[in-house]
Design a protein around this ligand. Sequence first.
Ligand SMILES: *Cc1c(COP(=O)(O)O)cnc(C)c1O
Length: 412
Amino acid sequence: MRNTDLLRIAKTYGDPVYVYDSATIISQFNRLTKAFSSVKSLKLNYAAKALSNITVLKLMNSLGSGLDTVSIQEVQLGLLAGFNPESIIFTPNGVSLEEIEAAAKLGVRINIDNLSILEQFGSKHPNIPVCIRINPHVMAGGNSNISVGHIDSKFGISIHQIPHLLRIVELTHMNINGIHMHTGSDILDIDVFLYASEILFETAKNFKNLDFIDFGSGFKVPYKEGDIETNIEELGKKLSSRFNEFCAAYGRELTLAFEPGKFLVSEAGFFLAKVNVVKQTTSTVFASIDSGFNHLIRPMLYGSSHEIENISNPDGRERYYSVVGYICETDTFASNRRVNEITEGDILSFKNAGAYCFTMASNYNSRFRPPEVLWHEGKAILIRERETFDDLVKNQVDTKGLFGIKETANVK
Ligand SMILES: *Cc1c(COP(=O)(O)O)cnc(C)c1O
């Protein structure tokens, strides 16, 4: 979509605002599907936590996607968005047996990632098939914060515990219908991914009634020019042929599943914010925007580097700015970044704002969370309203005359 479209949206819906381009989501979905076209049965389960607006979930549903969920609330959002329970998989970590039972009751697929819950669930519900999440102990990423396959990770059942797992399955007579791994958010190296896949195949041989093998996600998308990106086409070619070979040896056509989040929605998103103040200090020129890590926490949380464009002055001379937020804490989006010359009132566009941006937004500093707009077939569709003061206070209890203080009416 064009910068002029973004500017118009900022004008219509105010700022800050999140915008998602449906065409990018659709083309990423089709690209991944195409890369694995030689597999008979492929299922993409979109990871809802990346961007969980119900309209986005409906879009995924319309494309034939399934849904990967990590909380009972995401399961409910998926059902609300019209997904069949069978096309939702519940892949939580560290949740209670009760929550897993509640999800099973809604009819969704269950993925269990520890032996304690596996044994309890299997003993109580031997007839409900479950998938198991394996930790192959493979470091697939560059940043240790988001590589979850390593030895002291909290995710998955260690491959070294397979003998114990098999005893539990045998004693409870439960049915294992899938094998799953998700090794983290940054697959840099296809060979590392294929190596981990071999461990999954090896594990899969222990189970006779599998329906699917789920290879998780972690596909890397570029954040700026020259960034490494997972070569989906090459991965598709290599993994598909290995998967087909495995199915032939296994004696049955299995479904190859993935659960991409970032890959499908990251590049579709733009975050638009207005520059309130340009402030020169002795060493730096700060551009302070009408937002902060309350709306986009990734730069402060992970050190993610989102590209920033001044869409109000795209042809202006490039100068160095530190783009910061209005939160009363260090709140830096970019340090000494070259951006087209900024004037107060300009709209900055943050790229790759589709995944883990709005879903991580908070009300810190008692600010409202921004609206979300879907750009679909040349039209802007509001898919979430900006919060209001009522949203900030709606769950707070009116304690009447406690401490001798009465609330003031008419603060708005
Ligand atoms: C978060 C998550 C994903 C999605 O990861 P991306 O890096 O966004 O593709 C997939 N599977 C599970 C189990 C997850 O927790």
